[in-house]
Design a protein around this ligand. Structure first.
Ligand SMILES: O=C(O)CCC(=O)C(=O)O
Length: 344
């Protein structure tokens, strides 16, 4: 499968991608930054006790970070360190299988929920290449693994626990963001739970192998925005994730106890550009392999996205139309155009 074709995330336009990439090269020598907002969300997740005022403060921090950065990190997110470690271990075992096993249908013999889930590289015509491999797993497929097969059980049960908690967290954060753009709590109750189900949400397990090639043309993952409401990312200690802030690439200092949240295209359109769906990419590492897991909160295809708050900047569109447009652009132009296609 081509990166950006049937996936909900896709590469951004070649021109903007190249400009950003070239700009970033000039700035590559700048030190890593640790400025990405870090938010204690215990008042949302119920980890420990918290007051009404603490909850209000936490909501304000989420909203502010989504407006200013489109990205933030969270602690006290409700996923134990043991589960995060287990997820990482299972991911290493999965990617550690021989290429023929993990990449072709053979894997379906032992892991039917992983059949057709494997992706690698960037076959789309662009002048950059992505150095990664990934499993793209619709949540509804997770339960369809062969229960008879003991090899697949720990992987599947770990993924199930991991995604169950991430789904709950994603809904809580989505509701905070939606409430702030004029959706009353009554209108909201159930909106995300109804429209973003396990049939429509995904888990992506990513591996970035050590990359011996030192070239501007090779990155771990090309600059892109996510075609979803929001993404929750778990990354290991290796690092390499960068995002655009004030027209510069900013490196996210890794901390495997944090989760990273980023706003996707749908929330940007829904909030009339209040929240930012920002470009991000992954740099290669010549010594260490890197693992990450991304949970994508996506709605069903018939969910309508309508800008709220002020004169709409985007025409109304369904998620199905958005995805079709992305896929058509990738097919015809070799790149995602994304939200500009729907701007009024
Ligand atoms: O691996 C990462 O840090 C980023 C992954 C990502 O952007 C994605 O899966 O869309």
């Amino acid at each position: 499968m081509q990166h950006g074709q049937s996936s909900t995330r896709s590469t951004i336009s070649n021109n903007s991608c190249n400009t950003i990439f070239e700009n970033s090269l000039k700035k590559e020598k700048e030190p890593d930054t640790d400025q990405l907002p870090l938010i204690d969300i215990s008042s949302l997740t119920g980890v420990g006790s918290s007051t009404f005022l603490e909850k209000q403060k936490c909501k304000r921090q989420i909203i502010e970070a989504s407006k200013q950065w489109g990205f933030f990190q969270v602690v006290n997110h409700g996923i134990s360190n043991e589960l995060l470690k287990k997820m990482n271990d299972e991911q290493m075992k999965l990617f550690g299988q021989p290429y023929d096993e993990k990449s072709n249908k053979k894997v379906s013999l032992s892991n039917s929920f992983l059949s057709n889930a494997y992706r690698s590289g960037t076959p789309t015509p662009t002048n950059q290449f992505s150095w990664f491999e990934a499993f793209h797993i619709p949540l509804s497929d997770i339960r369809s693994g062969n229960p008879q097969n003991p090899n697949n059980n720990t992987l599947r049960t770990t993924i199930e626990k991991f995604t169950t908690t991430l789904s709950e967290l994603a809904l809580k954060i989505a509701e905070v963001l939606a409430e702030n753009v004029g959706c009353d709590a009554k209108g909201l109750a159930g909106y995300f739970a109804e429209n973003c189900s396990e049939k429509t949400c995904y888990l992506r397990l990513n591996r970035y192998p050590p990359c011996p090639i030192s070239s501007d043309q090779v990155v771990g993952l090309m600059p892109h925005t996510d075609s979803d409401f929001l993404t929750i990312l778990y990354q290991d200690q290796v690092g390499g994730l960068q995002l655009v802030k004030d027209n510069k690439w900013v490196t996210v200092k890794p901390n495997p106890q944090y989760l990273i949240i980023n706003i996707g295209d749908l929330f940007q359109a829904w909030s009339n550009d209040l929240y930012k769906s920002v470009e991000h990419r992954v740099m290669t590492n010549n010594k260490f392999e890197r693992f990450s897991a991304a949970y994508l909160l996506c709605p069903s295809h018939d969910t309508v996205i309508q800008s709220k708050g002020g004169p709409p900047l985007y025409k109304k569109f369904s998620f199905g139309e958005f995805r079709e447009q992305v896929q058509e652009d990738v097919r015809k132009l070799g790149r995602k155009v994304g939200l500009p296609r729907f701007r009024l």
